[in-house]
Write a protein that binds this ligand. Structure first.
Ligand code: T6T
Length: 321
């Protein structure tokens, strides 16, 4: 039976696209396979990042898979990465959950021929990745300190809460926060406590800190679950609006707390842009085009007053694309 012309043309175009390295929609992805390994599943920061990566992957004709562990834990992320390596993707976007512990799993990805793009977090060892794409976290921590100092009128005791040591992003935020808060002599800084990225643990840390420090006037929360938990703790202590809270990120739950008055300031990142650039740089690396060693994305200060302005609300994180 003679093949109808339109079928023959489709087959020819698809074959030509595959050979030329262009996606069927003309992108340069050429049907390549990329996997995105999140720092943790079920976190709107990484869900928003995956949305950006998916949009760029579609545009460039790339197949994108998204995976991750259920908790922020290097011992759980490692088998996820090993399983990805076994499938030999052309490139991997990864948010390593520890600056050291994920070095060997990332090295295995590279040894199997994958281009490694670190998104959000990064390893101490920069020799494996093609590039690292993230917010300017140290500057974001300094911005958080300036914001909190203004909110507490430059006097009283403040504390910080974060995930665990050894995470490039939250460690940088704390470094920026501590550098800046020390420039405010009227403010006593209690230091940081860690919650293992568990909002319930963050809530109990904040309630007990409030109970043991009657002069506590402010808290800096270095990421999503630290911020969501700290807001809960402040509400449970009956101190909403009295103990000021500045948190990194902008999930729906954090924005709700901002509107309710248990959070006073959010430092929103641009995860959608990070994901989109991650796929773009992966394809550039596969096409042997130059890739910058680091790419820094912007931050947006979100308050109750500006949260509904379109130029701010477009950066609020989403639970689905
Ligand atoms: O703050 C983000 C991310 O930038 C950080 O590396 C880890 O925590 C988050 O994922 C939010 O949960």
């Amino acid at each position: 039976m003679k093949t109808p012309t339109y079928v023959a043309v489709t087959i020819a175009l698809t074959a030509a696209a595959a050979l030329s390295g262009c996606g069927s929609d003309g992108g340069s992805g050429g049907g390549r396979k990329i996997t995105f390994v999140q720092g943790v599943k079920g976190d709107e920061f990484y869900i928003s990042m995956a949305c950006g990566a998916q949009q760029k992957a579609k545009e460039l004709g790339v197949k994108l898979d998204v995976t991750g562990a259920d908790k922020w834990d290097a011992s759980l992320q490692t088998p996820v990465v090993n399983a990805v390596a076994a499938k030999s993707p052309d490139a991997v976007l990864i948010a390593p959950t520890d600056t050291q512990a994920l070095r060997q799993p990332e090295q295995q990805l590279k040894s199997r021929g994958a281009k490694v793009i670190e998104v959000d977090t990064k390893l101490d060892d920069g020799s494996i990745r093609e590039t690292a794409i993230s917010s300017d976290n140290e500057r974001g921590g300094m911005l958080a300190a300036q914001t909190l100092a203004n909110l507490v009128q430059d006097r009283g005791t403040v504390a910080a809460i974060s995930v665990k040591p050894g995470i490039s992003t939250t460690d940088a935020r704390l470094k920026g926060f501590e550098t800046e808060i020390k420039k405010h002599p009227g403010i006593t800084y209690l230091g940081v406590q860690y919650n293992d990225d568990d909002p319930a643990k963050a809530a109990s840390i904040v309630t007990s800190t409030i109970a043991s420090h009657r002069d506590l006037v402010g808290v800096f929360a270095a990421n999503v679950f630290s911020g969501e938990g700290a807001a809960t703790g402040i509400e449970q202590a009956g101190k909403a609006g009295q103990v000021k809270l500045v948190a990194f990120d902008a999930t729906p739950k954090q924005v709700e707390a901002l509107r309710k008055g248990s959070i006073q300031g959010l430092i929103a990142q641009k995860p959608f842009d990070i994901g989109s650039q991650g796929v773009e740089q992966a394809v550039a690396a596969l096409d042997k085009k130059p890739v910058p060693k680091t790419i820094s994305t912007d931050l947006v200060a979100v308050t109750k007053e500006n949260v509904d302005q379109p130029e701010v609300s477009k950066y609020l994180y989403k639970g689905a694309c």
